[in-house]
Design a protein around this ligand. Structure first.
Ligand code: AMP
Length: 411
């Protein structure tokens, strides 16, 4: 059984084709600059050459057609024809109040997603473009939506209801949802396995630190709290998002700039976070370099220049992450393990160390030597005497989507 996993953005479409017998990747790629000029990079895993070229992609439908063309072509292909794709799994960002698990896509699901555009105006339209494109190019292949929000449906009411007039929840679905659910679910399950606590009581905090960052408190395998809210803007400061700030600030920024509230929210989403502080980049590699961090060891290199704003941006990020970890130890009533994952969590020894070095009050510490370098598989970086384990676990959201897809079509 082969499953094609699609992650559609407004001008991009990432894909991976899985052989689900072995859970191995047959090919993966990225369609970029859709509706602009168009570019496709397709990487087969069978030794055939990589296709990397500009190609006209006026809409997502042409992008999907180009992907199918490459997957089945003689020169770059990994399958004979379309009949070897058994199902398509879509990453869907927002499941609103209706989708608390992955679902087979039909007209009702699409209508509900259209209604939920009001909750995720930046993301759902792109997801729908990907779904519609696949339906038009592969009308007879079942499609499944796997939601970023689903894993967090187990949060208790007191964690997901905002202290605002209740009617906004009842009538307009405004509540905390949380995101990165497939990632938190995947890495927390691996952590629980390594703790030998499968099916037993467990208390794990998962830190998904990437361009977008969120933490989740996972008790006995289920999410009981997470840092993002009705949109991904809430919680930790991120690459370009402010995270949780005083909501009145949007109005103050709009008044200061003489702009609209929408423009002010755009500043909080796109121009804030570490980019807002450092100003030159939102990429942690650039910020660490400017702050004099040795990217491999995570130590500050005193022979290098230290850009104060870069250091401040890192401090703000790590301080807030550590603060949420403290809050989630309270939510969980204890702690068995902290997990670091995603682009920064897997690749930045500095960030892992700078967060853990703030956790002395919890008797948690990292081993500076085990923490060195990027991580390609499971790694235990727990320091001697630490009361909780610290794991680095590479995430695999696409595999979770492929697994859910197979499970649903086999039902
Ligand atoms: P993601 O959204 O999970 O793909 O994470 C992307 C982010 O990870 C990038 O924008 C970088 O900020 C960060 N990142 C990737 N590699 C490294 C690295 N070697 N050191 C520090 N940060 C990294």
């Amino acid at each position: 059984m082969n499953v094609l996993v699609i992650n559609a953005g407004s001008s991009s479409l990432k894909y991976q084709l899985f052989n689900m017998k072995t859970e191995s990747i047959l090919a993966k790629g990225l369609c970029d600059r859709i509706a602009l000029d168009g570019h496709l990079k397709h990487t087969p895993a069978n030794g055939k050459p990589v296709y990397d070229s500009d190609i006209p992609l006026p809409t997502h439908a042409e992008a999907i057609s180009a992907v199918i063309d490459k997957l089945t072509s003689e020169d770059y292909g990994v399958i004979g024809d379309l009949s070897e794709i058994n199902a398509v799994g879509h990453r869907a960002v927002h499941g609103g109040r209706k989708f608390f698990g992955s679902t087979l896509i039909n007209d009702d699901v699409i209508a509900t997603l259209e209604d939920y555009i009001r909750l995720a105006p930046l993301h759902i339209p792109a997801n729908l473009m990907g779904i519609r494109a696949c339906q038009s190019v592969m009308p007879n292949i079942p499609q499944v939506a796997v939601f970023d929000t689903s894993f967090h449906y187990t949060m208790p009411e007191y964690a997901y209801i905002y202290p605002i007039p209740y009617k906004y929840y009842e009538l307009n679905d405004i509540r905390r949802y949380g995101f990165h659910g497939t990632s938190h679910r995947y890495v927390s399950a691996i952590a629980i396995e390594h703790l030998n606590l499968t099916g037993k009581e467990s208390k794990v905090i998962t830190c998904h630190l990437g361009n977008g960052s969120s933490l989740a408190a996972v008790r006995d395998g289920i999410s009981i709290d997470t840092t993002m809210g009705v949109t991904p803007l809430e919680g930790l400061p991120m690459g370009t998002r402010a995270g949780s700030v005083d909501p009145s600030m949007a109005d103050i920024i709009a008044t200061t700039d003489g702009s609209s509230l929408k423009e002010a929210i755009n500043i909080l989403n796109k121009k804030s976070g570490v980019l807002g502080i450092y100003e030159k980049s939102s990429d942690f590699r650039d910020i660490e370099l400017a702050a004099g961090v040795d990217g491999n060891t995570g130590f500050i290199d005193s022979s290098k220049e230290h850009d104060k704003r870069a250091m401040l941006a890192l401090d703000i990020f790590c301080y807030h992450a550590a603060k949420y970890i403290g809050a989630y130890v309270v939510a969980l009533g204890g702690l068995d393990a902290i997990v670091f994952t995603a682009g920064i969590g897997e690749n930045s020894p500095y960030v892992r160390k700078a967060i853990c070095d703030r956790l002395g009050g919890l008797d948690v510490c990292i081993d500076d030597q085990k923490n060195v370098g990027r991580v390609s598989g499971f790694r235990d970086v727990t320091g001697i005497g630490s009361k909780a384990k610290i794991f680095v676990i590479p995430t695999n959201e696409e595999l979770v989507i492929a697994r859910d897809t197979i499970e649903l079509i086999n039902k």
